[in-house]
Write a protein that binds this ligand. Structure first.
Ligand SMILES: [Zn+2]
Ligand SMILES: [Zn+2]
Length: 386
């Protein structure tokens, strides 16, 4: 029986393109469409997508339908999908499928294009990494990615003349890209690249900058993007959005390097000035940081390393907050309030107060506005710990 629905009629009437390239492994869908359009002499991929039977809306979407594209390449839908191109069927609502990962669209740059001209020169295609909002530099070529045209200054569109040709006609490959040589930024973008492109991590590079190696192995691309975004939110407001994104990448890279010491420095320099001393607990004092990173990220077990380091920071560096017993995975709490100390040394709080007056129990120095006494167990040489 012949199907006569509109879609199949349309499919039958479409002649394949003259040149029908196959997608490369790792090639982004809009990059592939742009390459095919350029090879076939179209002045924009929009024309090719219209020819495939798409209306303007669909042609401009992040994921035009593979079903409508397949006939242009003389392929069956099944064969075409098997090439590994990201499809729109997995890209629903606020998510876009990139290299098989479901990425929240707020972390993508699908409507705008970026590219590493050196990668294009070497590979002849644009990979999925360049659909990510934070792909601001190429970790391989150590250069900033291009996201606007150096001639017309407009943001690069996927609907342009060619892989390295802007809408305005400017050749993008002739401009010397800006070099980037911040090792931790290159390492972070290297992790992002490898995660997204389903490749193994470069542990030598990760170790050189002192990232937490095992944690980097287990973190998903979605969580990593979310972490970068959240550090960006805590950065002071910058006018230009490109600066905001680069600052977010730089902060995250710095925090992860020399782990966990630079993280402690970050907490001290960026979060501590806003600490709330009306409460005595570490979590309460750093509430907005805690909520953002440890409450609002879906796959929170991937951030256990950061949570552990946050608690170590409280005990080893900060010492101005009580660590709630539920935080502790073992009996390692060192900084305690009076009730926890009372339980720990099996003495009544009244007795403890007496011992404080006698100088036998040492109280941690407090901050202005802090009313509760805190005790560092390591300071108490005079009392026997139970
Ligand atoms: Zn590159
Ligand atoms: Zn231009």
């Amino acid at each position: 029986m012949t199907c006569s629905c509109e879609h199949h009629v349309l499919e039958q009437s479409i002649q394949p393109l003259v040149i029908t390239p196959s997608p490369y492994k790792g090639e982004s869908l809009p990059g592939f469409i742009l390459r095919a359009a350029e090879d076939n002499g179209y002045e924009s991929p929009l024309k090719l997508l219209h020819y495939a039977g798409m209306d303007d809306n669909e042609a401009r979407s992040a994921r035009p339908s593979l079903d409508k594209l397949a006939p242009l390449f003389g392929k069956s839908i099944e064969d075409f999908k098997a090439t590994g191109l990201d499809s729109g069927s997995e890209s629903r609502g606020r998510y876009v499928q990139i290299m098989g990962h479901s990425i929240p669209s707020m972390f993508t740059s699908c409507k705008h294009a970026s590219l590493c001209v050196e990668c294009v020169k070497e590979n002849g295609f644009i990979d999925g990494y360049h659909e990510i909002k934070y792909a601001l530099a190429c970790p391989k070529h150590k250069i900033k990615t291009l996201n606007s045209c150096p001639v017309c200054h407009k943001t690069l569109s996927w609907h342009r003349l060619g892989l390295t040709k802007c809408k305005c006609g400017a050749g993008l490959a002739q401009f010397n890209p800006e070099k980037i040589d911040i090792p931790e930024v290159l390492a972070l973008l290297g992790v992002l690249y490898s995660k997204l492109m389903n490749q193994s991590l470069n542990h030598q590079q990760i170790d050189q900058v002192g990232f937490p190696s095992e944690a980097m192995e287990h973190i998903s691309v979605q969580t990593l993007l979310s972490v970068i975004y959240r550090f960006g939110l805590f950065n002071s407001k910058l006018a230009d959005s490109a600066d905001v994104d680069m600052a977010a990448v730089e902060t995250t890279a710095k925090v992860f390097s020399n782990w966990p010491h630079n993280f402690y420095d970050y907490l001290e320099e960026n979060q501590a000035p806003g600490a709330n001393f009306k409460v005595s607990g570490l979590r309460g004092q750093f509430n907005s940081f805690y909520e953002s990173f440890f409450k609002n990220i879906a796959r929170d077990q991937e951030l256990q390393f950061m949570r552990d380091a946050f608690i170590s920071f409280g005990q080893e560096r900060w010492k101005l907050a009580a660590i709630h017993p539920s935080f502790m995975t073992n009996e390692t709490a060192r900084v305690l309030g009076i009730n926890a100390l009372s339980k720990k040394i099996n003495k009544h709080p009244r007795t403890i107060k007496k011992l404080i007056n006698e100088g036998l129990i040492k109280v941690l120095p407090s901050c202005e506005g802090q009313t509760r006494n805190l005790f560092d167990l390591a300071d108490q040489e005079q009392i026997e710990l139970v």
